[in-house]
Structure formats: C-alpha cells, structure tokens
Ligand binder design. Structure first.
Ligand code: DX5
Ligand code: ZN
Length: 222
C-alpha cells in the first residue's frame, strides 16, 4: 500500500534479460512507480547494456515512467534517440559532458524531465550551478557500471547536503538514490532526504511473486 510520497524505480539491469517485457509487466503490477533503465557504453563505465531499439520495444509493456540513466560519454548524441524510444526522464552524468546546462536544456526541449547524476567521487558542490535546471538529482551510492554492489554509506552526507541545497534555493526536485539500495539501506536514504529509490537486486533477485512485498517494504520501510 502507498502511504507516502516515496517512489520506487526498479532497475531492470537485475531482471531476467531473456524476458524483459514480462519482468516489466511483473514489477508494474507489483506497484513500481518508475522503470529504471541503465544505459552503459563500455567507455564511461566498464560495462555494456542496451540501446534505444531495446528500450523502444519495451515501451509497449507499461505506461509507467521510463527513468533512463545514461552512463555514456558523450551523452548528447543519445538524448534524442532515447527520447524517441520512449524515455520520460533522462539522467546524464555531470562527468560525461562539458556543457551540462546545454545538455539539460536539450533534454527539456525534447519534452522530458532532466536528471543529473554524480559518481561517488564527485562532490555535490559541483551540482549547485546546475540544480535549478534539473528535475532530478541522482546520487550514485556505488561506482556506476554494475548491479549488486555494496551501498556506500559515505554518500549519505551527500544526500543530506543536496536536500539542504534544495531547501536553501527553494526549488522542488526529486532526489533519487541508485546502488546497493535494499530494505536496510533504503531507510538511511529516506532519512537523509531522498524520495526516489532505485533497486535492482533487492527486487529482481527474488521470485516474481515476491516483487510486490519487496517494493512495499522498500517504500514503507518495514
Ligand atoms: C549501476 C546502476 C544501477 C544498478 C543498481 O551502475 O546504475 O542502477 O542497476 O543495482 P543494485 O540495486 O543491484 O545495486
Ligand atoms: Zn542506474
């Protein structure tokens, strides 16, 4: 049951890739709010995932928001293809482009929500000059590239600082956390000020009949 404004965005990176359509239907029915789709280019991160054609073919399986996390460098040449493929949100990495303001403007110009992400080694202070152009900030709590890594508690202060920055500047954005989020660490993220939780292994490593319980326990913290 939904009892708060916490949004859950299952990362399909941990789903069964041989039946991605069915997996999306299953988490949609189980109460997922968004679908987190990790795009990796083997260059910005040491792993490869999927391109716009696959995303486009998944679009028919749900009406929920496609939360596309672009781990590519450069990012700009992929904005339009993923917008056409059905993305609702595109999050780029601050480390991957030189003119971030321009990239965020392109995303908004495509009619999408614009997100900005930073790696664990990047300071949150770098976000301040871009935050007003963002709909979302994605805080990485693992080094991007792979699912199933251990949550870095060192990033909790970063979430708190971004929440304070948001309050201080009087702007309204989503604060999303990605990497190692599970029943225990989700609580810490929410306490620190996050409102969107990405979870890959914490959901997809169990049987599909448990997806609903797992999503609810992340959302309701029980
Ligand atoms: C890592 C990805 C994450 C990943 C999270 O680079 O951005 O979205 O799928 O997976 P878990 O929740 O298993 O850490
Ligand atoms: Zn991600």
């Amino acid at each position: 049951m939904k009892k708060n404004n916490i949004l859950i965005s299952p990362s399909i990176l941990a789903a069964d890739f041989a039946k991605l359509g069915q997996e999306i239907v299953a988490v949609d029915k189980a109460g997922a709010d968004w679908m987190h789709i990790d795009i990796m280019d083997g260059h910005f991160v040491p792993n490869l995932t999927i391109g716009p054609e696959v995303v486009s073919s998944l679009r028919q399986y749900t009406k929920k928001l496609f939360d596309v996390h672009l781990m590519t460098m450069p990012a700009n040449n992929w904005l339009e293809p993923f917008a056409k493929a059905g993305a609702d949100i595109i999050t780029i990495h601050l480390e991957a482009e030189s003119n971030i303001k321009e990239s965020l403007k392109i995303i908004k110009g495509l009619g999408l929500k614009a997100g900005l992400s930073i790696k664990p080694s990047t300071s949150e202070n770098t976000l301040e000059k871009y935050i007003e152009y963002c709909d979302l900030i994605l805080v990485m709590t693992v080094n991007p590239g792979f699912g199933g890594q251990k949550f870095m508690t060192t990033q909790l202060e970063k979430i708190r600082n971004i929440k304070n920055m948001q309050k201080r500047l009087g702007i309204n954005i989503d604060i999303e956390v990605d990497g190692g989020v599970n029943k225990e660490t989700s609580k810490l993220c929410l306490e620190a000020g996050a409102n969107v939780l990405v979870a890959g292994n914490a959901i997809f490593s169990e049987d599909a009949k448990n997806y609903s319980n797992l999503i609810n326990s992340l959302r309701n913290n029980n």
